[in-house]
Design a protein around this ligand. Structure first.
Ligand code: OAD
Length: 236
């Protein structure tokens, strides 16, 4: 890490697990064990039953609003100051990286706290407290500003994420199952461009065997320790 000035980090829901936000897959009571994504996280589900989808998202919003960044988020925010180029690419929609102080964050799957008008496509506020909420400006249904299964990811952040991955010296994959594309292609992009690949995840993933270093530990343990050691080297 001392030999590089450019670092890219891809995070997934495991980074927020210790903030009390459930992951989608993996051990414990992860979301896709309890709920069917086809009923809740697709455009078809929303057309069929916008109230049900909104109720689920309002529940998830309440978890996010009540959560605090954990030591993994805080360590990543501190690491940003150590490198002249530091890109934090996240699949998470909880905004906890920004709340921890990270500045250069690319949100690939949107943000659960924002709502978007289904007619105008713009970020909007609800006109009153109602479920499902409607756009204050035009009265059309609002939807959570997140990416659902079968939808395109936002073009700008995806392009920037691939650029950062192909130009970094070290790439971290943290708290993601490495199953959902295109995010799962980013470590491959980094590796093909010569970056050192580091994975932090208590469980094995399809990426584990391809990583140069694999830490089978919680992100909230490994990342603060890494920051401590970088700081102790004195150059940072
Ligand atoms: P997943 O739920 O698929 O994976 C979470 C990963 O975090 C698992 O591999 C766990 O082993 C790991 N994990 C759990 N606790 C951890 C900890 N304390 N420290 C580090 N790792 C830990 O989450 P994502 O990979 O983010 O997409 O899922 C990708 C996408 O699939 C999500 O953005 C969402 C989901 O369906 C959409 O909704 C479009």
């Amino acid at each position: 890490m001392r030999q590089t000035s450019a670092v890219a980090v891809l995070t997934g829901s495991g980074v927020s697990a210790e903030s009390g936000i459930p992951t989608f897959r993996g051990g414990g009571d992860s979301l896709w064990k309890r709920y069917d994504p086809r009923e809740l996280a697709t455009p078809e589900a929303f057309s069929r039953d916008p109230r049900l989808v909104w109720e689920w998202y309002l529940w998830r919003r309440s978890l996010v609003v009540g959560a605090e960044p954990n030591p993994a988020h805080l360590a990543l925010a501190e690491m940003e100051g150590f490198f002249s180029s530091f890109t934090l690419i996240t699949q998470n929609v909880d905004g906890l990286h920004e709340r921890a102080g990270s500045r250069n964050v690319l949100e690939l799957h949107g943000n659960i706290l924002r709502s978007r008008c289904t007619a105008e496509g713009e970020i909007s506020e609800p006109r009153r407290q109602e479920v499902p909420p409607r756009c204050r400006r035009c009265g059309a249904l609002l939807r959570p500003d997140v990416v659902w299964f079968g939808e395109m990811l936002p073009e700008g952040p995806v392009r920037a994420a691939f650029e950062a991955s192909s130009s970094c010296g070290v790439f971290f994959s943290v708290g993601t199952s490495s199953l959902v594309y295109p995010a799962a292609a980013l470590p491959e992009e980094a590796r093909a461009s010569g970056a050192i690949l580091v994975e932090i995840n208590p469980e094995e993933t399809p990426l584990t065997r391809r990583a140069d270093f694999s830490f089978r530990e919680s992100a909230s343990v490994v990342l603060p320790e890494l920051v401590k050691r970088l700081r102790a080297q004195g150059d940072y």
